[in-house]
Every structure is written in structure tokens, then in C-alpha cells.
Design a protein around this ligand. Structure first.
Ligand SMILES: *Cc1c(COP(=O)(O)O)cnc(C)c1O
Length: 375
């Protein structure tokens, strides 16, 4: 029987205009389909193919013994570990059920209808959703074109020029998803000097642990000069805990205080709190992930270029690859072989696919499938 009434019409105008975040594919269904055909090769979501620290896994398992208890609502132990890592006070740290949640909350708390959120073309898809959900206007600065020095990278001058008295927040990821491109720390400092000190600038550093370019370091060090800088981090990528959902931001204590009331009291579950804390303590594992990824990122990029493909430079655990006008057909051909890449049409990059850098064996399987499909 048809629904009698569409309650969606009762949603706020801002929410009605929203399209949900598109995760790319129905992965659980595809896993089943390819279970007896060599398994699915999941290279669409920038997950960490090396997995988390063994001690993080053990900590999550130990937390299972207390599943009937609520987790620590303040996440005190994890917050303290994060504060120590970055040399900040605990009041400057806010925990999120993934950093996605924090990006949404930033927009919710600091912007409203009639106000602007500034981001760049080819920005992470969550920023437009966060702006729209808050009813704010998203202003997109132009990025570099395909011909420019860093093709498709953010143009910080254009980003700064897009900031007006109506601007409440600026969002960018460095390095950026989905392009993998980055700007160095000096350029970021110059950019911050142009932004009015009351406008919050959110540096989303979801991939910063993967960066190997010495010119690119975390914006965290710039926070002392620029109190309006908010740095967002996640345990989903280099720490390999995407399944648990844990992220955080470091900001001025007044930013954290303003956001705290909208945070759900138990937003991080007990396993996530325990595993994230253990993951932070295992810097050897993080180093191994970083080294393994850097080597495979270089090797895979070279192999793809040898296949005649254009590959954007990347400081992340993924590569943006130009497949040209045959992209959709190629993606489909890989798909039927159980190889999942991320289609980019939603980003206005229909001639590109985003490829997660995985383990050597997985990358080999991708290359073999690509050679077959391209032949
Ligand atoms: C993956 C990613 C995140 C992290 O998302 P979580 O919610 O922490 O899993 C944030 N920003 C960008 C740009 C990302 O690619």
C-alpha cells in the first residue's frame, strides 16, 4: 500500500534540498557476489589495506567484556592521549564518531541560513552536505584547471578571495580528497594571514599521516599564530579503524565549548575509544603503514603511467587517475572482475577514477585486471 502522506514534506527546506552522501557502491552485496570468485578487491573508499595496530585490535576486543556499560561520555583517556600527542590542552580537543560527524557539527554550530561556508571546487563531498544541512550557502572557489601546475589542486588565492563578511567557515582538506593534491605549510600560513581572525578555517587532515613531502606538515603547528584554525583528524585512514568510527578536532577551547552541547553524550563507543587510544600509542605500526603506503603509492603510480594513464601527484593513500572518455565502461569492466574503484562523476570528474593504494598483492591484482581491460 502506498504511504498516505509524505512526511519528507515536513522536513526543513534545507534538509529537503539535500542529497545523501554517496558511498559509491553497495559493498556488502558485492562481497557476497564475489565471495566464491576470488573475493572483492575494495579500492573505492581509501581504507587502510594494512589494517590497524594489533594492540588497537586487542583493546577493542577487551572492551567487548563491558558491552552492557555505557562508554566514558567524556572520552577522557583518549582525549588526554590526543592532547599529549599534539601538545595541547584537553579542552582544545573534541571527539567525533568519525570526523564526518565533526564536520557536520562545525557547520551546524557555526553557520545558519544567510551565512556562507567557503570551500573549493573538487572538495570533499561532506562539506557541501554539511553546509546545506545547516541551511548555509556553500561558496565554491575555483580550483586549478587540468592544465595548471598542480592540476585540480586548490587555489588558495581564489579560496581567500571567496571569503566575505558573510563567511562563517572555510573548509578544505590537505592533502585533499578526491584529488590527492596538497599545498605546503608555508602557503597555508600565507593563506591564513589573509583570513579575518573571526572566520573559522577548518583544515581536514584525514590523510596527513600519509604525507611524505617535507614541505607539507600538519597545520597543527600554525594554531598558536592562528587561533581561528581548526584541525580535524581521523582514525579511519592511516590508523586503520574506519569500522569503529573515531575522529577528533583540535581547536581553540572556545570552539570546543561551543560545540560540546550538540555532541551526543556517548558519541564514541567503548571499542572505538579503547582502540583509538591504543592505536595512538603504537607509532611503530603507523610508521610501517606510512612507509608501506609511500612505496606502493610510488610503484602503483609508475605502473599506471606506464599503462599510458595520467595520474595526479598524491600525498595520500589513493591516486586520482584519468581514464578519459571510456571511464564509465572501464569502471564497469573492472567491476565485473570484482575490482571496485570510486567513480568521480559526482565530483564533476567523470573522466577520472579514484584508486586506493593497497597492499602489493592487491595492487598487482588491480594492475592485472587493468591490463586485461585496457587491452
Ligand atoms: C575519509 C575522510 C574523512 C574521515 O571520515 P571519518 O568520518 O573520520 O571516517 C574526513 N575527511 C576526508 C577528506 C576524508 O577523505
Amino acid at each position: 500500500m502506498a504511504d498516505a502522506f509524505d512526511f519528507g514534506t515536513r522536513a526543513t527546506p534545507a534538509i529537503r534540498a539535500l542529497t545523501a552522501y554517496d558511498p559509491g557502491h553497495d559493498i556488502p552485496a558485492l562481497r557476497l557476489r564475489f565471495a566464491d570468485r576470488g573475493g572483492l578487491l575494495e579500492l573505492g573508499s581509501n581504507e587502510n589495506a594494512y589494517g590497524p595496530s594489533p594492540s588497537a585490535r586487542a583493546a577493542a576486543q577487551a572492551a567487548l567484556a563491558q558491552l552492557h556499560r555505557y562508554p566514558d561520555p567524556a572520552g577522557k583517556a583518549l582525549k588526554a592521549a590526543i592532547a599529549r600527542l599534539h601538545g595541547v590542552r584537553e579542552e582544545q580537543v573534541l571527539l567525533g564518531n568519525g570526523s564526518h560527524e565533526l564536520l557536520m557539527q562545525l557547520a551546524q554550530v557555526f553557520s545558519a541560513p544567510g551565512e556562507d561556508i567557503v570551500a573549493s571546487r573538487y572538495c570533499f563531498a561532506v562539506y557541501p552536505i554539511a553546509a546545506q544541512a545547516a541551511g548555509a550557502r556553500l561558496v565554491l572557489a575555483e580550483a586549478f584547471g587540468e592544465q595548471a601546475g598542480m592540476p585540480l589542486g586548490h587555489d588558495l588565492e581564489a579560496l581567500a578571495a571567496a571569503v566575505t563578511p558573510a563567511t562563517k567557515l572555510v573548509f578544505f582538506a590537505n592533502p585533499n580528497n578526491p584529488t590527492g593534491t596538497w599545498f605546503d605549510t608555508e602557503a597555508l600560513a600565507d593563506f591564513l594571514a589573509k583570513i579575518p581572525p573571526e572566520v573559522l578555517v577548518v583544515a581536514d587532515e584525514a590523510y596527513i599521516e600519509y604525507a611524505t613531502d617535507p614541505a607539507l606538515s600538519s597545520a597543527m603547528a600554525l594554531r598558536t599564530c592562528f587561533p581561528n584554525l581548526v584541525v580535524a583528524r581521523t582514525f579511519s585512514k592511516a590508523y586503520g579503524l574506519a569500522g569503529l568510527r573515531a575522529g577528533y578536532l583540535v581547536a581553540d577551547a572556545s570552539v570546543v565549548r561551543a560545540m560540546e552541547p550538540v555532541r551526543e553524550s556517548f558519541n564514541l563507543n567503548a571499542m572505538a575509544l579503547a582502540a583509538a587510544e591504543a592505536a595512538l600509542a603504537d607509532s611503530a605500526h603507523l610508521d610501517a603503514v606510512r612507509r608501506g603506503n609511500a612505496a606502493e603509492r610510488a610503484r602503483l603510480a609508475t605502473a599506471l603511467r606506464n599503462l599510458g594513464l595520467a595520474v595526479l601527484p598524491s600525498q595520500t593513500n589513493f591516486l586520482l587517475v584519468r581514464f578519459g572518455s571510456g571511464t564509465a565502461a572501464l569502471e564497469q569492466a573492472l567491476f565485473t572482475r570484482g575490482v571496485i574503484l570510486r567513480p568521480m562523476a559526482g565530483y564533476g570528474l567523470g573522466h577520472y577514477l579514484r584508486v586506493t593504494v593497497a597492499t602489493p598483492a592487491e595492487n598487482e591484482r588491480l594492475l592485472a585486471a587493468l591490463r586485461e581491460v585496457l587491452a
